[in-house]
Design a protein around this ligand. Structure first.
Ligand SMILES: C[S@@+](CC[C@H](N)C(=O)[O-])C[C@H]1O[C@@H](n2cnc3c(N)ncnc32)[C@H](O)[C@@H]1O
Length: 159
């Protein structure tokens, strides 16, 4: 069922129990975490203690699901790099009043020192511009202890 703010992309795939039993054994280091984001995302960092997260891809079709997924960033910022590349799959053809862009706007409004912003002009920097360029964002932890640490020559679009 669509929530009101979702733009009308229907969910296309469900990871079935069969997929879990066949896929998980083929993964050497990755671990599948199945379930509603509302039940899994909030405890993900503490439960699974991943290496510092540098990239997050959000592809859950719904406004409400995107909002639930973004709760990942409410964890201790030390679980992340100071800037996290984020890909949002469902923003093309939408606007800030619906779907993922609305979820991003609400996240930004609710967080003073953590912001998600698009990488303006990324397409112009690509030798082969592509559809996915428009979905690329950066999440900034402005109060991350390493935010101002020099990391060498980084691409200018990463801020
Ligand atoms: C377009 S598919 C993702 C496809 C995936 N990126 C891939 O390439 O295989 C969207 C998925 O988001 C899942 N989803 C949507 N809302 C969710 C939620 N609140 N919690 C967990 N999964 C959710 C759906 O079950 C569906 O499998």
């Amino acid at each position: 069922m669509l929530d009101n703010e979702s733009h009308p992309i229907p969910p296309t795939q469900q990871l079935s129990g069969t997929a879990l039993t066949t896929l998980q054994p083929s993964l050497r280091r990755a671990k599948l975490v199945l379930g509603d984001f509302a039940n899994t995302v909030g405890s993900f960092i503490v439960t699974h203690r991943p290496a510092p997260i540098a990239f997050v891809s959000v592809d859950a079709d719904y406004y409400s699901s995107a909002g639930a997924a973004l709760q990942l960033f409410d964890a201790d910022s030390q679980a992340f790099l100071p800037r996290v590349l984020c890909y949002f799959d469902d923003i093309l053809g939408t606007n800030s009043y619906v779907g993922e862009l609305l979820a991003i706007d609400e996240f930004n409004a609710a967080h003073k020192a953590v912001k998600i912003a698009p990488i303006h002009g990324l397409t112009l920097t690509r030798r082969v511009p592509a559809f996915w360029n428009a979905g690329m964002h950066v999440l900034y932890f402005f109060e991350h202890r390493d935010y101002n640490r020099h990391t060498g020559d980084v691409p200018h679009f990463a801020g």
